[in-house]
Write a protein that binds this ligand. Structure first.
Ligand SMILES: [Zn+2]
Length: 282
């Protein structure tokens, strides 16, 4: 029990005494144990603190229309391959379904999915859906692969692992009209800030140089510009505000594990809801 307390570093007891039932009495003196107060685990370690952000449950006169896009999954578009050989298209399908379901249960939202089940809609079809509905906001979900990875072999899966680059990022495009760019930016900031407030770690963007510009005031939010090497069509072409949320790093062992947990999916949904409501309220 004492060792348990020491591990927790939470018990304010007098100096450690040796207890023994041994008739020979206490054994040789032991060195005082070193108590390491590691504090709370940080994301993405197990049980890192997450906060379910409060969301106003009253439904507005008209519910906010939110299109949730499971990134990739058009024909032959599988996205990245994660460390357990999980395909990005399957991971985003699962996260998107859970997010849309939770948003619809909260009250203020009418959430639709841009991709469901076995369907393989093109990105053009998703754009049409978003604009014809029209959606008040589009959140496209992805996972990321970053940095230099080491080989990771697990059964028949030969993949890569990198535990040094965890975290979420939110991407938006500054191409198009200033009015639309401003909406995308505010949406990205609101979602970024809510995810950080909920305890998710924002990716610092060290591998994004030349692809996206970071936003130091809202760490985790990134701008995709015309002069960048990779212009993201879905972000720049939609006439309704859209952002991409890279939920996590698909090569990070712990972060992939966290995203398999119900707690993470729940907290994520409330953070996205908070971000959306903050954006709509502006
Ligand atoms: Zn992707």
């Amino acid at each position: 029990m004492r060792w348990f307390c020491l591990l927790l570093a939470a018990c304010a007891e007098p100096p450690f005494e040796i207890e023994t039932d041994d008739p020979r009495g206490p054994g040789p003196a032991v060195l005082a144990p070193v108590i390491v107060d590691a504090g709370a685990p940080t994301w993405p370690r197990a049980l890192a603190p997450l906060v379910q952000l409060p969301v106003a449950v009253e439904a507005p006169k008209r519910k906010w229309r939110v299109l949730i896009d499971a990134g990739h999954g058009a024909k032959d578009n599988h996205g990245n391959t994660g460390l357990h050989c999980q395909r990005e298209r399957d991971v985003t399908l699962s996260i998107a379904f859970g997010l849309a379901t939770r948003l619809n249960l909260m009250g203020p939202f009418e959430a639709r999915l841009a991709r469901e089940d076995e369907a393989e809609p093109s990105y053009q079809a998703r754009k049409v859906l978003a604009e014809v509905w029209p959606a008040d906001a589009v959140v496209s979900l992805h996972t990321d692969v970053r940095g230099e990875a080491k080989p990771f072999i697990e059964g028949s899966c030969m993949s890569w692992r990198n535990d040094a680059r965890p975290g979420f990022s939110v991407l938006w495009s500054d191409e198009g009209t200033a009015a639309l760019g401003s909406k995308r930016q505010r949406l990205s900031w609101a979602i970024t800030d809510a995810l950080s407030a909920a305890g998710f770690k924002a990716y610092d963007g060290v591998d994004y140089v030349g692809l996206y510009d970071s936003e130091p005031e809202h760490v985790g939010s990134f701008i995709n510009r015309r002069n960048h090497g990779k212009r993201i069509w879905f972000l720049r072409s939609l006439e309704v505000p859209a952002v991409i949320v890279e939920t996590h790093h698909a090569l990070d062992f712990d972060e992939v594990e966290r995203w398999s947990e119900m707690r993470t999916r729940n907290v994520f949904a409330y953070a996205i809801a908070k971000g959306l409501l903050d954006y709509f309220a502006e």
